[in-house]
Design a protein around this ligand. Structure first.
Ligand code: ASP
Ligand code: MG
Length: 262
């Protein structure tokens, strides 16, 4: 089990990939790690609020609506592409087509199967990573885009869970390391999505991107995993709920775990 590839996994949430300023932060962290001789495996979520919009799109499409949500989702991504200076209309076309087709399908059948819901929700992460990796490449980061579903296999589960809240295999993955050994030093892939045994798309459940990053870190035998959020560390309480919340400067691992689970 050699770890010669020195992988560090970086995970960014939706609020950390929504603007050019966010991508500058990501690129700075990648550069620091590259200077230390690390290979960097970036896992990130859909752009902030997009997963909620996709969820609403599914609900509304079933009763023949959802065109407004679809338009908003497209506009958000085209605006971000413009801000990043990449060609959104070309890069995003396959995802827009897929969403248009799936929305129309749901409207016709009036039935949102977990299978179709998973496919629709997955587009959020696919679109965001496509734009992000294009920006990194255009700005001098030798990088490659990876479809997480090709390397994250869902553990079979019955019913909706098997599509919308799967667990995944995460044993050390020589095949993945082999694939990456000749690839670019920086990889960008999606959180939240995996592949079922039958080839369909599965989701890890809402907020599942942290878990995706952990799975990939285990598979790669990564040296480290960093979970980036837009909150600067641990607080004594949820700062959205009380102005009395204070940032905690130093915290033992066990205490952090306890706070996180509360
Ligand atoms: N985009 C997904 C969600 O909002 C996954 C994640 O953010 O972790 O639930
Ligand atoms: Mg999210």
């Amino acid at each position: 089990m050699s770890n010669a590839q020195n992988w560090v996994v970086l995970k960014f949430g939706g609020t950390s990939v929504k603007s050019l300023a966010d991508w500058r932060v990501i690129s700075k962290r990648i550069d620091e790690l590259r200077e230390q001789g690390k290979r960097v495996f970036v896992v990130h979520s859909a752009v902030a609020t997009i997963s909620d919009l996709l969820d609403t799109l599914v609900t509304r499409a079933v009763s023949g609506d959802g065109e407004d949500e679809l338009a908003t989702i497209k506009a958000r991504h085209l605006t971000l592409a413009d801000e990043l200076g990449v060609d959104g209309s070309v890069l995003l076309a396959p995802y827009f087509e897929e969403l248009t087709r799936l929305r129309a399908g749901l409207s016709l059948t009036g039935d949102a199967s977990p299978r179709l819901k998973a496919r629709i929700m997955a587009q959020g992460e696919l679109m965001a990573t496509t734009l992000g990796q294009a920006w990194l490449a255009a700005n001098g980061t030798a990088s490659a885009w990876l479809d997480a579903r090709d390397h994250l296999a869902a553990i079979p589960a019955g019913g909706a869970r098997g599509y919308l809240a799967c667990d995944c295999h995460h044993a050390h993955d020589d095949a993945l390391l082999e694939t990456l050994s000749g690839a670019a030093p920086v990889i960008v892939t999606q959180g939240f999505i995996a592949r079922r045994e039958d080839g369909d798309t599965a989701l890890l459940g809402r907020g599942g991107s942290d878990t995706s990053a952990s799975y990939f870190a285990a598979k790669l035998g990564a040296e480290r995993i960093e979970i980036w959020t837009d909150v600067p560390g641990f607080f004594s309480a949820d700062p959205r709920l009380t102005g009395a919340a204070r940032q905690i400067r130093s915290l033992a691992y066990e205490e952090a775990q306890e706070l996180a689970s509360m």
